[in-house]
Design a protein around this ligand. Structure first.
Ligand code: NAD
Length: 297
């Protein structure tokens, strides 16, 4: 089975390298960034000259791309998967994508005999490196079973959630919860610091108390170190929150907290922090209050 992997960024890079290193499969790769390609070539990946070449020569094509529009471009656009992949190819989208977009893409690919499953992942760049990421799959169960050796080569906690789009729905709901927790963490850390508690001492307490979570620890670490370099960009988090709101709109489900967090993200983007880490929502509080919360150097 030949794999083609497109999108070798913070998530796709380590996931692809793990497939190369922990399966016996031949892996062709394509990305717009030469550095991202080189990092996978260094461990045995085969660079494709074009997306079209990769699509034509793969039995399973995987994508890990930023936005739904990028997935549409790579699948349905000129020189893309629909135009070049052979009938019988399996297409797996690992991106956090819109359930509506993946269904539209799948319907077009189906016309060419290509089967699509959605398989977004959770656990961050560290989880991707360590092969501990959760993989949430939607789509045909037989195709899911066939792809299990690939999933096992780069992830853990692999679940089949139902029809096509179910993986995206689970992922969007997960992120809606995670980002709401991040916003609460940012507010809490700022409130504690403004009230005079040493932020490092407060952090130690929360890490062993009921306020602790992966999202909390992410905000605390980034804030105390003043390090907003992205492992998960705010722009991508904003996209995920937008997808959650869009889904709630479609189903007429009231949301109280998430729209506020989405607005906070809008403020952060407006202040120029879209390329920073998602935890940079904290910077909205820091800039507004003219107060930075850092550990003692
Ligand atoms: P990223 O921006 O780090 O990487 C995206 C890669 O795709 C880049 O290397 C870029 O050059 C490449 N790319 C973009 N358009 C392309 C095209 N047309 N052809 C080929 N390559 C193209 O993004 P990321 O953080 O790795 O996120 C990827 C997906 O995974 C997103 O949907 C994101 O929401 C999701 N996700 C991210 C995280 C995280 O912690 N970063 C966690 C879970 C899920």
């Amino acid at each position: 089975m030949k794999i083609g992997f497109v999108g070798l960024g913070h998530m796709g890079g380590p996931m692809c390298r793990n497939i190369i290193q922990h399966s016996n499969l031949e892996v062709s790769i394509f990305d717009l960034s030469p550095d991202a390609v080189q990092a996978c070539v260094d461990v045995g990946g085969k660079a494709s000259a074009s997306l079209a070449e990769l699509a034509a020569n793969s039995d399973v094509i995987m994508t890990s791309l930023p936005m739904p529009r990028d997935v549409e471009a790579v699948t349905l656009g000129p020189g893309g998967i629909a135009e070049n992949a052979k009938s019988g190819t399996i297409y797996i989208d690992l991106s956090t994508n819109s359930p509506m977009v993946i269904k539209k893409v799948a319907a077009e690919l189906e016309k060419k005999g290509i089967t699509t499953i959605d398989a977004p992942v959770s656990g961050g760049a560290i989880g991707a490196e360590k092969r501990t990421i959760a993989i949430m799959v939607g789509g045909d169960k037989t195709t899911y079973d066939k792809c299990m050796p690939i999933f096992e080569s780069f992830g853990a906690n692999i679940s089949h959630l139902g029809d096509l789009g179910s993986g995206c729905i689970a992922k969007i709901v997960n992120n809606m919860i995670a980002f709401s927790t991040m916003a609460a963490a940012a507010e809490g850390i700022m409130l504690g610091a403004a009230a005079g508690i040493d932020p490092e001492a407060l952090n130690q307490v929360i890490r062993t108390s009921s306020g602790n979570s992966m999202s909390y620890r992410g905000v605390a670490y980034k804030t105390l170190n003043g390090d907003w370099s992205p492992t998960f960009a705010l722009d991508l988090a904003y996209k995920d929150m937008h997808l959650a709101l869009e889904l709630a709109d479609e189903l007429a489900i009231p949301l109280q907290v998430s729209p506020q967090v989405h607005n906070l993200m809008r403020m952060a983007k407006g202040m120029g922090f879209g390329g920073d880490d998602a935890t940079a929502i904290m910077r909205v509080y820091e800039e507004t209050l003219n107060r930075k919360v850092r550990k003692k150097s």
